[in-house]
Design a protein around this ligand. Structure first.
Ligand code: CA
Length: 396
């Protein structure tokens, strides 16, 4: 395919990707190479037809709600636009990625976070419950998750004030309240529901409802979490902030990076059984103040996003446009593949050394964490997610 987008087609943001975004200037866009096309302007000029859902829209929600036939049509129209003649009209709708301030791409309806990496679940269990079996009896029967706080999902680049909360270390006699002493990250992939449903979504209908994926950093205050989580699960140790990348990568762009999913044993119940079971070969990198400290691989996740969505609606709960559900921390088999610092440093027993010579176990005020990711296709095509970054600041 020839295109006037520079750089060429092996760019992680080439025409095979076309992730969507929202800008602080109040319009939605699509990225091609190092440029963002103003979708409202393109729609007003008749270059794309999204049923008017880009026009006047500050977020992607109205477009996401249209469903797969419109998503497919618009993707085809955008591909035609970027491979056709570059007219002066189109030129006037293009903005450089560098210098365009991005906003939260969609208004988050509900936010659910799963716990679907077996390595992560095993690691956390060994750290939090050293005397118990590593996996609880339900873990391989259903995708364990919890409802998070949609209102504190923020776009990449937003500062993260250190949360305060109640905590009690095992060697402390009484709980106290104050700034978290064990602030951590969780590298995850988040899936964005476009087409809503007033009820059950079958495990094979995932693509009809989910538009695409974002990178997620589920900031976690381990000391608050450890004291509060029994028996109802995560609460204030998680709800203070969740960061997402500004680019929503369409599922269509992830088709080439599909990968075999792990075989589930024991077999799952019929409502979780996929006709075609697959994962995605998406590889993350976590940088702590610029130092690469981990490379979590997504492909080995135990519960797929199709199973997670089927489970999350299996009780009849509605799925709404803008619902975000995250994979759970992505951890591989080695310490250098873990998606959180509590695992990477084994609860502080093995601090990591940063390039400036300092060491870390948990986050200090002023620390910046950047998670990036790309999808890898067997023929070498790379699909970029960009990054989700955030700096911890002292709460005033
Ligand atoms: Ca999480």
């Amino acid at each position: 395919m020839t295109t006037w987008i520079e750089p060429a087609a092996d760019d992680p943001f080439g025409l095979h990707n076309l992730p969507l975004c929202a800008t602080r200037a109040g319009w939605t866009g699509v990225r091609a190479g190092d440029l963002i096309l103003n979708l409202a302007a393109a729609e007003e000029a008749g270059l794309v037809d999204a049923g008017g859902t880009f026009t006047g829209a500050k977020t992607l929600n109205r477009f996401l709600a249209t469903g797969r036939p419109t998503w497919t049509r618009v993707r085809e129209q955008l591909t035609e636009l970027f491979t056709g003649a570059k007219t002066a009209t189109i030129e006037g709708m293009l903005h450089p990625v560098a210098g365009t301030a991005l906003a939260l791409p969609f208004e988050v309806a509900d936010y659910v976070d799963f716990y679907s990496s077996e390595e992560h679940a095993n690691n956390l269990s060994r750290i939090f419950r050293p005397d118990s079996p590593t996996l609880l009896p339900n873990w391989k029967s259903l995708p364990v998750g919890y409802h998070g706080r949609a209102g504190t999902v923020v776009v990449s680049g937003t500062d993260i004030p250190r949360p305060h909360g109640q905590r009690k270390a095992p060697d402390e006699e009484r709980p106290s309240h104050g700034p978290s002493r064990r602030l951590d990250v969780e590298a995850e992939l988040g899936f964005v529901v476009g087409a809503s449903s007033e009820g059950v979504i079958g495990v094979d209908d995932f693509r009809e409802h989910v538009f695409g994926a974002v990178l997620v950093n589920d900031w976690s205050a381990r000391d608050i979490q450890a004291w509060e989580y029994v028996p109802l699960g995560p609460f204030l140790g998680k709800s203070f902030a969740t960061s997402v990348s500004p680019w929503v990568v369409p599922l269509d762009a992830l088709e080439p990076v599909k990968a075999a999913a792990v075989v589930q044993d024991p077999p799952v119940l019929p409502y979780l059984r996929e006709a075609e079971r697959y994962s995605y070969d998406i590889r993350c990198e976590i940088r702590w103040n610029g130092t690469l400290v981990s490379r979590p691989p997504y492909a080995g996740i135990y519960w797929t996003p199709a199973q997670q969505l089927a489970h999350l609606t299996a009780n009849g709960a509605w799925a709404r446009t803008g619902d975000l559900y995250a994979s759970g921390t992505i951890s591989g088999a080695t310490p250098e593949q873990t998606g959180s610092f509590i695992e990477r440093t084994w609860n502080g027993a093995h601090p990591v050394r940063l390039d400036d010579g300092t060491t870390r176990s948990f986050l200090l005020d002023g620390d910046t964490v950047t998670i990036s990711a790309s999808g890898w296709c067997s023929d070498g095509v790379v699909v970029g997610f960009g990054e989700v970054t955030g700096t911890v600041v002292t709460r005033v």
